[in-house]
Design a binder for this molecule. Structure first.
Ligand code: ZN
Ligand code: ZN
Length: 191
């Protein structure tokens, strides 16, 4: 059976950027909400893996960030067992060498994708915590990265989940669903 496996990477509850998360139920609740929302929007069973990946292997001391491509590589063994897709979820700040940060990264055509909520919290921007807004942003970015594993590229429709986002304001403009054209391509890729 096709399942989307969510792999926690590092300590989700202890995100330094989101102290408000702990009082709200922490990373565990965030992950449960994400699991439910992804199962609904992608219409596949989704489960949270018991395993946890240690992100330290991808830590870059000078940048104080984690190289997302190295984490994707480290996720491959989990994909070998999984029937379909593996989505890594982390609180650590991700980067690729050519960019100051990334919200996430995916392997085009699958099977692995990763998403970080480090820069999705209101606290990161000096604002009061908003767990519902955080959940919504995380779902949108997760659908976006999983979309890349279906071979979907970026979309010009600003409300489509496949629209590119280089700031949270862009994420807040879009939906957690694909536009009709991306949806059709996703269905084709998923089969
Ligand atoms: Zn993208
Ligand atoms: Zn689209």
């Amino acid at each position: 059976m096709k399942t989307l496996d969510l792999l926690p990477i590092g300590d989700l509850a202890g995100s330094p950027g989101s102290p408000g998360l702990a009082s709200w139920g922490g990373g565990a609740r965030l992950l449960q909400n994400l699991r439910r929302a992804l199962a609904d929007s992608l219409r596949v069973p989704a489960r949270i893996l018991e395993a946890r990946l240690d992100p330290r292997l991808a830590f870059h001391a000078e940048r104080g960030q984690y190289h997302s491509s190295e984490l994707l590589r480290a996720m491959q063994p989990y994909a070998a067992n999984a029937a379909w897709r593996v989505l890594g979820v982390t609180a650590v700040d991700l980067y690729i060498p050519i960019l100051t940060f990334v919200f996430g990264e995916a392997q085009m055509g699958g099977p692995c994708a990763i998403v970080s909520f480090h820069r999705l919290t209101q606290e990161f921007y000096g604002l009061p915590p908003d767990p519902d807004l955080l959940t919504g942003r995380l779902v949108k970015e997760a659908v976006h990265e999983v979309g890349h594993t279906f071979d979907l590229t970026h979309c010009d429709d600003y409300s489509c989940a496949m629209a590119p986002s280089h700031a949270v304001e862009w994420i807040d403009l879009k939906e957690s669903t694909f536009c009709p054209s991306c949806q059709a391509r996703a269905l084709e890729a998923v089969g």
